[in-house]
Design a protein around this ligand. Structure first.
Ligand code: GLA
Length: 730
């Protein structure tokens, strides 16, 4: 049993292979948090100490015990307005205008498995999953909070979410509903968060937490390039390989907020969930609201240990079972090869040459529908532009299939151009405030997917294309941030629900399409990696990592992404040089090695390659196939540390059974007469011996990890080394 309740002490313990999480029902049925960290025996109630701290109030029933304060005791899910002045997890306004939420324990239950989360993506049950539901209630308003904990013992993960139910007789307006709240009364932490911008997503930044609140989040109607819904709380002494690290990852693609507060006594509280800015959800009596899920994981093996736990969970329990084992097709995408300038003949010429190189799928990107010769018009009109193509999509896809390639198509379903037939027919389908001109971005508006009629329209429009062509893959884009988030279908007092309802509409649309086309692979995209989150990964097994295809920039982007997400989810392509985003020229071999650490493909005109390049591409594709299993399913290790000043970047994959390893190193700054790059390998079996493919040299696993390995000095810019080790007897 991974969940246990001790009747006498009223302590609930959640255990995974290496973690313990504890809470306790205390005086007055206040639910206190006791502990979250490395596995340990016993109950941690002994850690609770109280003192009259001054200006820390006491609940009425405990008024004779001035030490008992909601403000100083660790809370499991903090209320608001009733004397805990730290971050609140939930806020609500009652019909009489009162704003206090005082949640007290009522009951709990423990169940095998887990239920699905209606309308939202979730972490799929594993064989060993158990669920704890703790019910709290505010006795005055009747607001009930069901705290849900799904325990994944083998994955060292606890998944939290909250269901709010109005059991009162009058409406309640929820202003904040966090997915998780965790108190760490002791410990010195830094936070690692992942900021960015278009073309440079998920840059890790380590922040020393000051007293007070530090917060990261997005109000863009998308998880965003700027702030990924994932943070790591790390012991200040933790490194890549050692020390306590706690990850908090939202399974959500919309507005989100991660707050960390260091309080007056040095305690640290983490609260994560939907961003409260602009959020107000009315719960009529009897209605309920489910928050998105938050994945919690702890590792005592540093950042790399934590990353591996998230990789395994996402690969095995978030991504759809259909794609767990499947090798992803090597694709060629038309975007950087042709942009909007193509017809079917040109696309077929790409396909023909790509096929000869070993590519397995051709993806036709933006520009095949409506009036769409640039990015100013046509979104919403998902009818094939047969005039531009010179044939129907059915014919084009059949010809691509006849060449032996699969076929993929780009869509941006949630958007609408001002210059589109759809907008002319239904201007009220776009999000926009009444009497206000919309804020435009890329000359487009955002469709109101909080409306069922809009979701139904999109379902019909996409099916009409998918039903009349052989489409194996859809690239699902989202190319602007949301503004003017007003729905013409919701009443004035419900506008605070629009952003989340739009997200629910998107999830519904994705679910319906996947139910109808279970073999369809959907790749997520949002101007590159603007919606790279566990919510989208529930539907899309892979996401285009960034519009920046420069291999040297990709080293950082893919590395930053790897703190939370597996490489099997990272779309990575070899593109032409000079690179279209940076103008940088990187050798083909290096571009190949970087893209192979992702879902591999090409984003260039194959007919523009020289014969020598074509041979290199063939070899790259053969290598990708050879290493795909190791890369997609193996353990991933970052070998160069954050901010360690190295002028190279290195990473490796090790098969789960330690049987082989692939080591990659790219020199990012070449210098004359420089020292040899040197790294220590990780994750090998110390007692085993490994043969270096190519040279045939044999190394002890212990030597490669203790003494490390050096590389020859690199000549020329951005040289790459790749070493493949295979375990041998002896
Ligand atoms: C976004 C995507 C690109 C491409 C364009 C098409 O920017 O990230 O890969 O699909 O849209 O407009």
């Amino acid at each position: 049993m991974s969940i246990a309740y001790h009747e006498e002490s009223r302590v609930i313990s959640l255990r995974t292979a290496h973690q313990l999480y504890q809470m306790k029902v205390a005086e007055g049925n206040v639910l206190l948090h006791l502990y979250y960290g490395p596995a340990a025996e016993g109950e941690m109630g002994y850690l609770l100490r109280t003192a009259n701290r001054g200006f820390c109030g006491n609940p009425y029933e405990q008024r004779h015990d001035r030490g008992f304060s909601l403000d100083t005791l660790p809370q499991e899910y903090s209320g608001s307005g009733v004397g805990d002045y730290r971050l609140s997890a939930v806020r609500a306004v009652a019909a009489d205008g009162s704003r206090s939420v005082d949640l007290r324990y009522v009951s709990h239950r423990i169940e095998a498995g887990r239920a699905e989360l209606p309308g939202l993506p979730f972490v799929r049950a594993a064989e060993d999953t158990e669920t704890l539901v703790v019910t709290l209630r505010d006795s005055v308003t009747g607001l009930r909070a069901e705290l849900r904990y799904h325990v994944f013992p083998g994955h060292d993960v606890i998944v939290r979410s909250v269901r709010l139910v109005n059991e009162g007789t009058r409406p309640l307006v929820i202003g904040k509903a966090a997915s998780a709240c965790v108190d760490f009364p002791y410990g010195d932490f830094d936070v690692l968060h992942f900021h960015g911008r278009h073309n440079m997503e998920r840059m890790p930044e380590r922040v020393r937490l000051p007293r007070g609140v530090t917060a990261f989040g997005s109000t863009r109607g998308m998880s965003s390039h700027q702030s990924n819904p994932y943070i790591i709380l790390r012991d200040r002494r933790a490194t890549e390989t050692a020390g306590d690290c706690y990850g908090f990852m939202l399974v959500y693609s919309g507005n989100h907020l991660e707050e960390i507060e260091v309080d007056q006594l040095g305690g640290t509280r983490v609260v994560a969930g939907i961003h409260p800015e602009g959020f107000a959800w009315t719960l009529d009596p009897g209605e309920r609201f489910d928050t998105p899920e938050c994945i919690l994981s702890h590792s005592a093996e540093g950042l790399n240990g934590l990353s591996r736990q998230f990789h395994n969970l996402i690969r095995e329990q978030v991504i759809a079972p259909r794609w767990r084992e499947a090798r992803r097709p090597v694709l060629i995408n038309s975007w950087e090869a042709a942009y909007f300038d193509f017809d079917a003949a040109k696309i077929l010429r790409f396909a023909q040459s790509a096929r000869e190189l070993g590519v397995e799928m051709l993806v036709l990107d933006d520009g095949w529908f409506g009036k769409r010769d640039d990015d100013n018009s046509g979104l919403g009109d998902w009818t094939v532009n047969e005039k531009k193509l010179g044939c129907s999509m059915g014919e084009l896809s059949a010809q691509i299939h006849a060449l032996g390639l699969r076929f993929g198509l780009w869509f941006e379903p949630e958007m609408i151009s001002e210059d589109s037939d759809l907008y002319r027919a239904h201007p009220d389908w776009a999000l926009c405030d009444p009497d206000r001109k919309p804020m435009l971005s890329r000359n487009q508006l955002v469709l109101d997917l909080s409306r069922q009629d809009v979701v139904d329209y999109l379902f019909g429009a996409l099916c009409a294309v998918l039903d009349h062509a052989q489409i194996d893959y859809v690239k699902w884009d989202f190319n602007r941030s949301v503004a003017n988030c007003y729905s013409h279908a919701l009443p004035a007092d419900r506008q605070g629900e629009t952003a989340h309802r739009c997200m629910l509409g998107t999830y519904q649309l994705l679910s319906r399409l996947l139910a109808r086309y279970p073999e369809l692979m959907i790749e997520g995209c949002s101007g590159g990696g603007g919606r790279f989150d566990a919510g989208m990964l529930f539907y899309c097994p892979q996401i285009w990592c960034s519009d920046d295809t420069d291999a040297v920039e990709r080293l950082e982007i893919q590395r930053g992404t790897s703190y939370g997400y597996p490489v099997s989810a990272m779309g990575a392509h070899v593109s032409a040089v000079p690179n279209h985003q940076t103008g940088r020229v990187v050798p083909m071999r290096t571009r190949g090695i970087v893209a192979q650490s992702g879902t591999f493909g090409y984003e260039l005109n194959p007919n523009a390659l020289t014969d020598a390049e074509k041979e290199e591409v063939k070899a790259q594709i053969a290598d990708y196939r050879r290493y795909a299993r190791l890369v997609m399913h193996g353990d991933y290790y970052r070998l160069t540390e954050l901010d360690d000043g190295k002028e190279f970047s290195a990473w490796m994959f090790v098969a789960r059974d330690g049987g082989e390893a692939l080591v990659n190193l790219v020199v990012t700054h070449v210098r004359a007469n420089d020292a040899f790059p040197w790294i220590r390998l990780r994750g090998l079996i110390p007692e085993a011996c490994y043969r270096l493919e190519g040279s045939g040299e044999i190394y002890a696993g212990s030597a490669l990890m203790a003494a490390g390995i050096s590389f020859p000095a690199a000549a020329g810019e951005y040289a790459a080394h790749q070493l493949h080790f295979v375990r041998v007897e002896g």
